[in-house]
Design a protein around this ligand. Structure first.
Ligand code: ATP
Ligand code: MG
Length: 453
């Protein structure tokens, strides 16, 4: 049973293994070495999920791997034993079996040593479900019971959780990320250790936290993981903590601020911008809480406070400017009434653009769904806004300077210059967006002529 069989001798599914991976495994085996797919691709294959990337591990030393693949191999990470093989515009990373040396800074091993034992390599990996290897024939190596944990849907450290999180604190967040994405539960000892070691996350670079956090937020069990591990997320985002258990004392709400947040987060599509917006949209509420003479709670100005908190939190995690600005804008807008007229929606399209208005509609829908049941009727209003927006877009309604039937050059031909060009274009767009003028060249030029005279 060589390449391409649908199942291997142990019955593992092989259909997903890409051709290049099979070629790499075959070449290494033909040269007399052991070669296995390992880690996330094995886990995902066994779960019938599409693997993000395929990693190969081998007992060949890096220079031996380089010799097997000749000019198709590149020494991309020799100090860790990694060689990248490129074929037909695809790439596979091949790493020599290795054991990690001492960890001193809760981040990376001081040094790595190569080994000829696959089991030793699997033992350095973080979780049992990530510590399996699969070969060309579908043979599975699973010394830590990863297969069983996959079946049970349990995330469990390889070895002693305390030691594993002390070695590398990023594993704390990786663990929560896998739990949220795979819809797993956490083994009790692993879970207790995650809580206990949460402060070690302070040693981890913001960029690495950011990657794991956003994957976590898009997971099917994101809300449950955030509910159970808010103390962990609170290490780098302490602004979330005052929301937990914060009673809103308002008839619109049946949940405290944090529970409302989690319900709203679950109600938006699994997209990092939307999930992050919902996580942060009410973060400013605890800071502006007031109670009126009837005992009702209010949160005047909370969108602006949430906006400023969100901005600071996203900067701290070194998020990209576009991502941060989008989330911040949606947080600032989340509590505004959604327009339900052509003019109102054209104005909103002008202010936010098509993509972000679409997102704002998702945000408003989710925010409303997470309120008390008797106040969820706003859904119909949001649906109406969305229908109007879609019609305007299908009619190619004008809401941006780019779409205007005249441009700066037209205005300069009419004798305008300098800032007057931009000002006049903006004024024209106002007129068109407000329905005062049709977006037609003659009408627009005529209007300018009148204004000049
Ligand atoms: P993804 O689906 O995000 O690719 P993955 O499990 O493949 O998930 P990678 O970061 O691609 O994660 O790492 C590949 C494998 O390397 C993991 O499955 C795991 O076996 C091992 N690994 C990665 N990071 C660590 C770590 N911090 N500690 C221990 N093992 C790790
Ligand atoms: Mg991977």
């Amino acid at each position: 049973m060589k390449n391409g069989n649908a199942t291997g001798k142990r019955g593992e599914k092989m259909t997903d293994m890409p051709k290049i991976v099979r070629q790499v495994l075959t070449a290494l085996e033909s040269a007399g070495y052991e070669a296995w797919c390992v880690g996330g691709c094995v886990r995902d294959t066994l779960l019938s999920r599409h693997p993000g990337d395929w990693d190969v591990t081998t007992n060949a030393l890096p220079e031996e791997t380089l010799a097997v693949f000749g000019d198709r191999a590149f020494p991309t990470g020799l100090q860790h034993g990694t060689v990248t093989v490129r074929m037909e515009h695809q790439a596979v990373e091949i790493t020599t079996y290795r054991v990690d040396g001492e960890y001193h800074d809760h981040r990376r091993p001081e040094h790595v040593t190569f080994t000829r034992s696959l089991e030793e390599d699997l033992a350095r990996r973080d979780f049992t479900v990530n510590a399996m290897a699969l070969d060309l024939r579908g043979e599975l190596r699973d010394p830590f019971g990863g297969r069983e944990d996959l079946k049970r849907g349990v995330l469990c450290c390889v070895g002693d959780p305390d030691r594993r999180f002390e070695e590398d604190a990023l594993r704390i967040l990786r663990g929560l990320r896998f739990t949220a994405v795979l819809g797993f539960s956490v083994d009790p000892a692993t879970g207790a250790s995650i809580h206990y070691h949460r402060e070690l996350l302070r040693d981890i670079a913001a960029e690495r936290i950011q990657v794991e956090l956003f994957k976590l937020l898009c997971g099917v069990r994101a809300a449950e993981v955030l509910r159970e591990y808010v103390d962990v997320i609170g290490v780098f985002w302490p602004e979330l903590l005052p929301m937990v258990g914060f009673d809103q004392r308002n008839r619109h709400h049946c949940y405290d601020v944090w529970e409302h947040t989690l319900h709203a987060l679950e109600a938006v599509p699994a997209d990092p911008v939307l999930r992050c917006t919902m996580l942060l949209h009410d973060s400013g509420k605890p800071a502006c809480f007031t109670v009126d003479e009837k005992g009702n709670g209010h949160f005047y100005g909370h969108p602006e406070i949430s906006r400023d908190l969100a901005d600071g939190m996203l900067r701290r995690l070194k998020c990209g400017t576009e991502f941060r600005e989008t989330v911040v804008r949606l947080v600032a807008w989340h509590d505004r009434d959604i327009p339900r007229t052509d003019r109102g929606l054209r104005r909103a399209l002008r202010a936010l653009g098509q993509e972000d208005l679409g997102r704002l509609i998702d945000v408003k829908r989710a925010d409303n769904l997470a309120q008390a049941p008797e106040f969820r009727s706003t859904q119909a209003e949001i649906d109406k806004a969305e229908t109007i927006m879609e019609r305007l877009l299908s009619e190619n309604a004008c809401f941006s300077l780019r779409q205007l039937a005249v441009n700066g050059r037209d205005l300069m031909k009419l004798g305008l210059s300098g800032p007057a060009v931009g000002r006049t274009l903006a004024a024209l767009l106002d007129q068109v967006v407000d329905g005062e003028l049709p977006n037609e060249r003659t009408a627009l030029l005529k209007w300018i002529g009148k204004r000049k005279s």
